[in-house]
Design a protein around this ligand. Structure first.
Ligand SMILES: Nc1ncnc2c1ncn2[C@@H]1O[C@H](COP(=O)(O)OP(=O)(O)OP(=O)(O)O)[C@@H](O)[C@H]1O
Length: 796
């Protein structure tokens, strides 16, 4: 950036705004259709004086005029632009009055053929206009790239601003003049300023900034030179491939890997920034970011559009059919219930008829009826009456048979209706699949939204620094206080002789700060471990300065350890809808450069294995935590084993480092991606210097081991601060264990615990110094540890 060529391109893009110059040819005269000019204010519509421009005889496309020739230089730039069709303006005329109002030099005026103006449409777009022979034209640099007659309706839709000699609109000049006179009248126009025209946003101001960016080179053995790596080659580079894969996984619809790499380069090889930029400009604007499509791609897109239209049409048709079927089903159901009712009535009638018949049969005489009627009047019913009854019974029998047939017939149609209803229900089920698709889309949208939110959150963390140093003074009401707190980021240590030293940190707490407040400030870092980040919290300070109080704390007022695990459990349970989490805890003690497993009773010493950048601790005990009560039990077990071990070894807690590792493994229920973050909480051994003369025997060995490990920690911080190629992690067991969370891809938080007692002034200053050095460490960008499940969706 900032090279001659980029400056030149900046100049040329800048010049496109104002530069149009008549050129030496008459062949394109026909490009203009004559349109009457209407007065629009300053100098418009006035008489045009004509004079031939001698420069205009040159074809500036083949012979660009030299730079620095004022107006002609600008014209050359325009001639190089593909939009140039202004040659046809060459024999145009210039309005003297217009020129006067533009404040142009009179002799210049006589050379000019055409008056140039800027038309500012009320929608924000600008067009270069030219007036010749009393006719106004505009340069259609959006579609045809030709001069077009100025549309009549535009007079009421915007305003015309004349241009001055510098090719800028008078309006722009006025504001520029104002600002220039405020700074320096002689100051030149900044040629890094420019603009581009966006189809939706209209004019967008641009500025060519100089930034320090990584540039990937390769060594060319033939020429013996380092050359820039072409995009095609760079895509085969394993690191770059990983970055592009990462972006592609996050944005699966963005298929063009070269395009992704181009944006990655612009984002200084920062995949998250690349994803963020893309998402920010998502939609039409992101499309506009992409290079022009080939005709084949355009055709494919058209086909896709047509297919989408067809499918939409089909979907609408299916919806209509579904609607009709629903109606039919409702009707069928109604018919069915009518028929059921009818059937019920008929059955009831049949039953009562049957009963009636039975009753009548019972009331008939038992003897057979005489074949010939005997006209004897019996004491009971007469023969007529009997006949009547017989007929009635016959009729009833008949109607019973009819009813039976009716019912049988209707049962057939009821079955048909039921079949139809079942078919309609099956169709309805099918249409549910369409809704499933919609659900998938909503889910994808949600995933993108979640990704964006987390990206922003982690970007915020990075801006605040991936290593944060907090200072916490111990509360001590009895001692002579040597600490002052000028602000919440500064602490001043004042010695008994009055000498003072001030140190700055990301946050300085006071002795009154509660355990809750301390936790609140570390909470965002701690919870990012659920998203797959490695996070580390360390407490450093001399014995008795409050390290254990800060990390573990008393039972009734717990410190960071318990609160952090409780919070992790809470966050994990809040996300159970989308993720399945597993929390595992390990606890080790580092004493005299040996690593002791504290979650087993067999006092197991652990070996560390370094495989490249990865540290493995085989056979380490890991305990799963599912509820808050598990935390207390595990802590109790670890604490008990620590005490036993220290009695055996005759050590005290302040002479060893306690490291608590919480692994949070999450599996995305939708994508199957697995994230793994480790939260390391470390209560370091007392940092006080033990004079060799004071220590002897075991104390001397202990002191040497502590000194070695804390010095190694300091060396790691210095190497990271100075971005050294070699970081001496292997110098102690402590730095080996902490390696994953002190490398370039983790978030760390160091608590500098100090004593307020003036007698501890020298140790307090040493501790504060250590914290200050650590604060200058740039851990680089924190990285999520997310693995995509084979065949699964990209991680969120
Ligand atoms: N902020 C505080 N408020 C109240 N009491 C505190 C505070 N910090 C420390 N203490 C008390 O000071 C004493 C020493 O603190 P602590 O054991 O945490 O120090 P330490 O740095 O861990 O020491 P060691 O290196 O021996 O483990 C404890 O009794 C603790 O309760």
């Amino acid at each position: 950036m900032g090279s001659g060529s980029s400056k030149e391109s900046a100049r040329s893009s800048n010049s496109q705004r104002t530069v149009v110059r008549p050129q030496a040819t008459t062949s394109r005269r026909g490009d203009f259709q004559e349109v009457e000019v209407r007065p629009t204010g300053q100098g418009q519509g006035e008489n045009m004086s004509s004079s031939r421009n001698p420069e205009g005889q040159r074809d500036s496309r083949s012979q660009p005029p030299e730079a620095g020739r004022g107006g002609s230089n600008r014209y050359a730039r325009h001639a190089a632009s593909p939009t140039t069709n202004s040659s046809s303006l060459q024999h145009g005329q210039t309005g003297a009055a217009t020129s006067r109002s533009n404040g142009r030099n009179r002799s210049d005026l006589q050379e000019a053929d055409v008056v140039f103006e800027t038309f500012v449409h009320k929608n924000g777009r600008e067009f270069i206009c030219a007036v010749r022979n009393g006719r106004r034209y505009y340069l259609d640099d959006w579609h045809s790239h030709e001069w077009q007659p100025f549309p009549e309706r535009w007079y009421s839709e915007g305003r015309i601003v004349p241009m001055d000699d510098s090719g800028q609109s008078n309006e722009t000049n006025e504001s520029n003049n104002q600002s220039r006179s405020n700074t320096n009248n002689k100051q030149e126009h900044d040629d890094r300023e420019g603009y581009l025209k966006h189809p939706k946003r209209g004019r967008i101001e641009t500025y060519l900034m100089e930034e320090r960016h990584y540039v990937h080179f390769f060594f060319d053995r033939q020429s013996g030179k380092w050359l820039r790596l072409p995009i095609g080659w760079e895509l085969h580079h394993h690191l770059v491939r990983q970055m592009v894969d990462h972006v592609e996984e996050a944005l699966p619809h963005w298929k063009d890997r070269a395009d992704i790499l181009a944006l990655l380069r612009a984002c200084n090889y920062n995949p998250d920034e690349c994803i963020g930029t893309y998402l920010m400009l998502e939609g039409d604007e992101a499309d506009w970011l992409k290079p022009q499509r080939t005709s084949k791609e355009a055709k494919a897109d058209e086909d896709k559009d047509t297919r989408i239209e067809e499918l939409t049409e089909k979907l609408k048709k299916l919806e209509r059919e579904l609607e009709t079927e629903k109606k039919q089903r409702a009707e069928a159901e109604k018919q069915l219930s009518d028929l059921e009712e009818k059937y019920g009535n008929i059955s009831a009638e049949a039953t009562s008829a049957q009963r009636q018949m039975e009753a009548m049969q019972q009331s008939r005489p038992k003897t057979a009826r005489p074949k010939t009627p005997v006209a004897v009047k019996t004491s009971g019913a007469s023969i007529d009456e009997m006949d009547q009854l017989n007929r009635k019974v016959k009729n009833l029998h008949k109607s019973h048979v009819h009813l039976k047939m009716d019912v049988l017939r209707n049962i057939g149609s009821v079955n048909a209706v039921i079949k139809e209803a079942m078919k309609a229900a099956a169709d309805l089920k099918k249409s549910d699949i369409g809704s499933q698709h919609e659900l998938e889309e909503v889910r994808a949208l949600y995933q993108r939204e979640a990704l964006q939110r987390r990206l922003l959150y982690n970007q915020l963390q990075e801006l605040r620094g991936n290593i944060r140093v907090f200072c916490r003074p111990r509360r001590d009401d009895k001692a002579d206080n040597c600490l002052k707190f000028p602000s919440d980021q500064d602490v001043m240590a004042v010695n008994a002789d009055g000498s003072k030293k001030t140190f700055s940190y990301d946050k300085v707490f006071t002795p009154d700060t509660t355990q809750e407040q301390i936790f609140t400030d570390t909470q965002p870092i701690i919870t990012s471990c659920v998203d797959g980040y490695n996070v580390c919290l360390l407490a450093y300070g001399q014995t008795g300065s409050g390290k254990t109080f800060t990390m573990m704390g008393p039972e009734n007022n717990p410190g960071i350890n318990i609160r952090a695990i409780t919070e992790l459990l809470k966050v994990c349970s809040e996300r159970t809808e989308t993720k399945k989490y597993k929390l595992k805890i390990s606890m080790v003690e580092i004493y005299n450069e040996t690593v002791q497993d504290l979650l087993t009773t067999d006092a197991r010493t652990l070996e560390l294995q370094m495989v490249g950048n990865i540290v493995r601790i085989p056979n380490i005990t890991e305990m799963e935590v599912t509820a808050v009560k598990d935390i207390k039990e595990i802590m109790k077990l670890g604490d008990g084993n620590r005490k036993t071990a220290s009695t055996k070894m005759n050590s005290t807690s302040s002479r060893s480092h306690l490291v608590l590792m919480i692994t949070v493994e999450g599996e995305d229920k939708v994508t199957g991606a697995i994230s793994k973050g480790v939260l390391t909480l470390c209560d370091l051994a007392g940092s006080e210097r033990i004079s060799k003369t004071e220590a002897s025997g075991q104390r001397l060995v202990e002191a040497a081991a502590i000194n070695k490990s804390l010095s190694a920690l300091g060396q790691v911080f210095s190497a990271l601060r100075e971005s050294q190629l070699h970081v001496p992690y292997r110098n102690s067991k402590l730095t080996q264990i902490l390696r994953p969370c002190l490398g370039g891809d983790a978030k760390a938080c160091l608590f500098v615990n100090i004593s307020p007692d003036v007698r501890n002034y020298p140790e307090t200053c040493n501790t504060l110094e250590f914290g200050s050095n650590a604060r200058q460490v740039a851990l680089g960008q924190a990285k999520q540890n997310i693995q995509r499940k084979p065949g699964g969706f990209p991680p969120r």
